[in-house]
Design a protein around this ligand. Structure first.
Ligand SMILES: Nc1ncnc2c1ncn2[C@@H]1O[C@H](COP(=O)(O)OP(=O)(O)OP(=O)(O)O)[C@@H](O)[C@H]1O
Ligand SMILES: [Mg+2]
Length: 253
């Protein structure tokens, strides 16, 4: 079989040229990174879980009319997506204080916010993805005011959808980030949700116990990341049936 052209290899995924123009194959790796890739590890099974979970969330978004890049899952680690021009911003939605917002504003993690707060960070690893204002975004031309309005409304729709989905399985959606891209249909430009939606890009806490079920498990050394993601997938009913997680060795006295 002819080798596919690799378009980009990032920290968590590889993008290959797709079978048709305007498509890409998104391959989910097992690599986990945190703190701007200062901390990294291979987490067996993470890529398979994120491929399934991102498929599940994107399909649900399609069903409620939120446009996104997902076309179809190809295999355990790959999905076919529409190629977009990524807007160089991470769009963060927060429902409860956590992470950098807690650190910056001295707010205890878990404090409910008065309303969902949308933040933008510039996608620039060298600068550590700094928080930027709408003023910066428009002045420097990363997006227009119209793009910003569309991005906020997409992000809030994703938030309502994801919050409800998670609530139904006893999980609190604390915050998440998405990436958004441009596609052209004839002469019209449209913004759609791209990249991935998975426990790598969300904060998910068990409603009863507060147990973390997201990438903070890796960032803060709180246990086994695959177990946490498997629990999310199990609750949502999307656990891949053909993946068996090898039992971990048990100590025999
Ligand atoms: N539909 C799409 N079309 C084009 N590019 C996409 C699409 N979906 C995601 N991407 C881009 O593909 C890359 C996915 O790789 P990955 O998430 O591993 O990158 P990363 O290491 O997080 O780096 P960065 O996001 O800063 O480029 C990202 O750069 C993302 O912006
Ligand atoms: Mg990424």
């Amino acid at each position: 079989m002819a080798r596919r052209k690799k378009i980009y290899e990032g920290k968590a995924k590889i993008m290959y040229e797709g079978p048709e123009p305007g498509t890409l194959v998104q391959y989910f790796k097992d690599d986990a990174t945190a703190f701007n890739a200062e901390k990294r590890a291979k987490v067996e099974g993470k890529g398979v879980l994120n491929n399934r979970l991102s498929e599940f969330f994107m399909k649900g978004l399609t069903q409620i009319g939120v446009p996104n890049h997902f076309i179809k899952r190809l295999n355990m680690r790959e999905q076919l997506v529409r190629s977009v021009e990524i807007i160089p911003l991470e769009v963060v939605v927060r429902n409860f204080a956590a992470g950098s917002l807690s650190a910056r504003l001295g707010m205890a993690e878990g404090t409910p916010l008065p309303r969902p707060i949308v933040e933008f960070c510039l996608k620039d690893d060298a600068l550590g993805d700094p928080l930027v204002s709408e003023e910066h975004i428009c002045a420097f031309g990363w997006a227009t005011q119209q793009d910003l309005d569309d991005m906020i409304s997409l992000a809030l729709r994703v938030n309502d959808f994801m919050s409800g989905l998670m609530l139904a399985v006893g999980i609190k959606l604390v915050d998440f980030k998405i990436e958004i891209g441009r596609i052209w249909e004839n002469d019209f430009q449209r913004l759609i949700v791209a990249d991935e939606i998975s426990p790598d890009s969300c904060r998910l806490w068990d409603i009863e116990t507060g147990q973390k079920l997201d990438k903070d498990v890796f960032r803060r050394d709180l246990g086994n990341l695959t177990d946490a993601y498997t629990e999310v997938a199990r609750r949502l009913g999307v656990l891949p049936s053909n993946v068996t997680h090898a039992p971990r060795p048990t100590l025999i006295n």
